[in-house]
Design a protein around this ligand. Structure first.
Ligand code: ZN
Ligand code: ZN
Length: 104
């Protein structure tokens, strides 16, 4: 079996799955207990009903993401793009423009 690498959801460090790390049953991973706690990770002795894409599951851990208190950058970006009624291309243009102005 090979070694897989995960990216810490909080500090973006990558780490191998053979060492110590923290993971939530929803699929998020963190490099350390500190990083996990920063994103609301906790153990749920009584279980936590997680509403996933394919139904409901009872988990024994939860974090800010599966409790829907926090969201991934991708999700937030999608929302921003939709709520501003702009397209991805427009956002790219805006980003480029801001980059160009940065150097001045
Ligand atoms: Zn980390
Ligand atoms: Zn979670």
């Amino acid at each position: 079996m090979g070694v897989d690498f995960y990216a810490c959801n909080n500090c973006r460090d990558t780490f191998p799955d053979c060492g110590h790390y923290v993971s939530c049953e929803c699929g998020e991973h963190w490099c350390s207990d500190e990083c996990a706690e920063e994103e609301g990770f906790r153990r749920e002795p009584d279980g936590f009903m997680y509403k996933g894409q394919y139904g409901e599951y009872k988990h024994s851990t939860s974090c800010g993401f599966c409790r829907q208190e926090d969201f991934s950058d991708t999700e937030l970006l999608d929302f921003l793009i939709r709520s501003h009624n702009s397209s991805r291309a427009e956002v790219i243009d805006m980003y480029k423009e801001s980059k160009e102005n940065e150097g001045e």
